[in-house]
Design a protein around this ligand. Structure first.
Ligand code: GLU
Length: 557
C-alpha cells in the first residue's frame, strides 16, 4: 500500500515551518583559507573527564590550529539521564587548565561563534527540519512505543554491530521485527497521534549486511565494513536526536572537515555514511582513536578503565602534574617522531611541532606511568623558576595550604627552585609538585626532619668530631672551592682520605673518603643522604639555620 510521505511528514512534524533552504542559509560555508581544517571536541557532559579524552581533543585542536582553521566545542547533551549538572562548565575549565582553547562553541563566558547553538539540547528544531525531510522522502518512519522498548532495540542493534557475523539466528528475528516496524499505514499514525502517543523516528537502512563497503579512516587507511542494514533511530520519543543523527546534522551545518573520535564509533560509521548520503551531504574525514591501554604486571594489556590510576584527569591535578607535562606526554604518545623533535628543540612550544596524522599509530597507545614521570622531569627541568613557582603555588593553595603560606616568601622559594636550573644540562630532581614539595621540605623548619639514618658502619664519634670541626670552621663567605677545602682538611685527622682518586686506589688504607665526610654534614643539614649541591643548600638555608642543625645533630649523637 502506498503512503503519501509528504502528508505523513506534515502529520508528524506540524510545528516545523522552516524550510531546509532557510535553515541552510544560516550556516553558510565557512570562509577559511585553502586547507584549513574545522574540528571539534564533542563531549557528553557526564562529569568525568577521562585522560583518554585528551587524545581526540588534542588531535582535533592541532589539526585545526595548525592549518589556520577552527576548533570548536559542542556539548552533546542528548542523553539527559547521563548528564550531570554543571559538568559542561567544569569541563571547559578543565580543558582551559590544559591550555586547550576553543575558537567557538561553549566557552567559559557562554557561547561564541555563528554556527550554534553549540549545545545539542538547544537544537531540537534544527534536527526536526531534516527529520521531516527524510520522512517526506520516504526514508524515515515513526515507531510508537515506549522509550524502554526503544532502548532494547538500540542495545540489540549495538550488540548486532559488534557481533553481526555470529548472530545469524538472532539477526533473522531482529530483521523480522525491523521489517514489521516499517509496516504501518497513515491511519495507524493518525490514530496514535490522536491518542497523544509519542513516536521515535527511524531511518530505513538500504544496505546489504552481507556486502562490505570500503570506508576510509585517515589513520587506519581503507577498511572494509559491512553495509548498514539496521534501521537507525534518528529521534527518540522526546524529539531529541540520537548521536547518529546529531552527528550528521551538526557536523554538516557547523562545517566540520575532520571528525576525530573514539574507536567505539567505528562500527557505526556505515550508518553515518548512509545518513550523509540520504541528506546529500559530503561526509567529513574520519580518524578513530584507539582506546588507551595499560599494561599489567604480568605483561597483559587492558583498557585504561575509569577506576585506574591516571584515568581521571583530576588525578593529575591532585598528584601535581603540570598540565603541560600531561600534554607533552600525550604528544609523545600521539606522534612517533615527537620525542625526536623535542630532543632537537628542547625550548620550543609543543604547538610548533609539525603534527602529522600519518605519524599516528592505529593501535592503542600504552599508558605508562614511568614514561609519564620521565617526561615530567624533563618538562619541569626546562621551565623557568618563576613559572615553576607560579604553578607550585597554584597546586599548594589547593592541596597543601600550610606550604602555600610558606611559599609567600617568594625570594626564598625561588632560590630553592633555581638550584640546577638553566644551562644545557638542567637537573631533573622532580616531575610533580608533590615531588617538589618533598624536595623543598628540608628548606623549611616546619617540614625539616632527619629522615635518613647514618650508615651503621660509620662511627658516631667520627661523625661528631667531623661535624664539630666543620661547624667551627664554617664561614659563609667562603666560595665553593674554599668551602670544600675545609671539608677536605677535616678528613686526614679522622683517618678519611681527602682525595677520591687516591682513595679508590687504596681504599683499605682509610676509614672512608671525603664523600663520607660530606655525607655526615649533608644528613645533619638536610636530614637526607641525598640532596642537591650542599654548598648551595647551606647558602640558601643561611648560616644560622645550617649550623644550628649541625649542633642539634651533635647533641643527638
Ligand atoms: N559525544 C560523543 C562521545 O562522547 C562524541 C563522539 C564524537 O566526537 O563524534 O563519544
Amino acid at each position: 500500500m502506498s503512503i503519501d510521505y509528504k502528508y505523513l511528514s506534515e502529520l508528524l512534524f506540524p510545528d516545523v515551518t522552516m524550510t531546509e533552504e532557510e535553515l541552510l542559509a544560516k550556516y553558510p560555508p565557512r570562509n577559511l583559507p585553502e586547507g584549513a581544517k574545522v574540528t571539534r571536541f564533542a563531549p557528553s557532559p557526564t562529569g568525568f573527564v577521562h585522560f583518554g579524552g585528551l587524545f581526540p581533543t588534542l588531535v582535533s585542536e592541532r589539526l585545526a590550529h595548525q592549518s589556520g582553521g577552527v576548533f570548536y566545542l559542542r556539548i552533546e547533551d542528548t542523553d539527559s539521564r547521563r548528564e550531570v549538572e554543571g559538568a559542561a562548565g567544569a569541563l571547559v575549565k578543565t580543558l582551559a587548565h590544559y591550555g586547550i582553547h576553543f575558537d567557538e562553541g561553549v566557552t567559559v563566558d557562554g557561547e561564541a561563534g555563528d554556527y550554534g547553538p553549540y549545545k545539542q539540547s538547544e537544537r531540537a528544531d534544527i534536527y526536526h527540519v531534516f527529520a521531516k525531510r527524510l520522512v517526506a522522502e520516504g526514508r524515515a518512519y515513526p515507531v510508537f512505543s515506549t522509550d524502554a522498548e526503544l532502548e532494547e532495540i538500540k542495545t540489540a542493534d549495538k550488540k548486532a554491530e559488534l557481533k553481526a557475523v555470529n548472530w545469524e539466528t538472532d539477526a533473522d528475528s531482529r530483521r523480522e521485527a525491523m521489517l514489521a516496524r516499517r509496516n504501518f499505514t497513515v491511519e495507524d499514525v493518525e490514530r496514535e497521534l490522536a491518542a497523544g502517543h509519542k513516536f521515535a523516528l527511524f531511518a530505513i537502512a538500504e544496505g546489504d549486511g552481507t556486502r562490505k563497503r570500503k570506508v576510509n579512516d585517515l589513520v587506519r587507511g581503507d577498511l572494509l565494513l559491512p553495509e548498514n542494514d539496521e534501521d537507525v533511530v534518528l529521534l527518540k520519543s522526546d524529539g531529541i536526536p540520537t548521536y547518529h543523527f546529531a552527528h550528521v546534522v551538526d557536523d554538516h551545518l557547523m562545517g566540520t572537515t575532520h571528525v576525530v573520535r573514539g574507536e567505539e564509533w567505528l562500527p557505526s560509521l556505515p550508518k553515518h555514511l548512509q545518513l550523509f548520503s540520504y541528506m546529500g551531504w559530503k561526509p567529513p574525514k574520519y580518524i578513530h582513536i584507539s582506546q588507551i591501554m595499560r599494561q599489567d604486571a604480568d605483561g597483559s594489556k587492558k583498557k585504561l578503565s575509569k577506576r585506574d590510576m591516571g584515568a581521571n584527569l583530576d588525578d593529575y591535578s591532585r598528584l601535581g602534574y603540570s598540565p603541560r607535562v600531561v600534554i607533552e606526554y600525550v604528544m609523545t604518545l600521539l606522534n612517533s617522531n615527537f620525542e625526536e623533535w623535542r630532543a632537537q628543540n628542547p625550548d620550543r612550544d609543543y604547538t610548533e611541532f609539525p603534527f602529522n596524522v600519518k605519524k599516528m599509530s592505529s593501535s592503542g597507545c600504552l599508558f605508562d606511568m614511568k614514561k609519564l614521570d620521565d617526561v615530567a622531569k624533563n618538562v619541569i627541568s626546562r621551565m623557568s623558576a618563576e613559572d615553576v613557582y607560579a604553578q607550585l603555588c597554584g597546586w599548594a593553595e589547593k592541596f597543601e595550604p600550610d606550604f602555600a603560606r610558606r611559599l609567600s616568601d617568594k625570594d626564598y622559594a625561588l632560590q630553592i627552585i633555581s638550584i640546577g636550573r638553566g644551562g644545557k644540562k638542567p637537573r631533573k630532581d622532580y616531575g610533580t609538585w608533590v615531588e617538589l614539595y618533598n624536595y623543598m621540605s628540608p628548606f623549611y623548619d616546619e617540614t625539616f626532619a632527619v629522615e635518613d639514618e647514618y650508615p651503621e658502619n660509620v662511627s658516631r664519634a667520627d661523625i661528631k668530631s667531623a661535624l664539630t670541626s666543620f661547624a667551627d670552621s664554617y664561614d659563609e663567605n667562603d666560595d665553593a672551592g674554599a668551602w670544600f677545602e675545609k671539608i677536605k682538611s677535616i678528613c686526614a685527622p679522622l683517618g678519611y682520605c681527602a682525595d677520591m682518586k687516591e682513595y679508590r686506589a687504596n681504599p683499605d688504607a682509610y676509614k672512608g673518603s671525603v664523600a663520607d665526610v660530606s655525607m655526615m654534614i649533608r644528613v645533619a643539614v638536610t636530614g637526607r643522604l641525598n640532596s642537591p649541591d650542599l654548598y648551595t643548600v647551606m647558602h640558601i638555608l643561611g648560616r644560622e639555620r645550617s649550623i644550628s642543625r649541625i649542633r642539634d645533630m651533635i647533641n643527638k649523637l
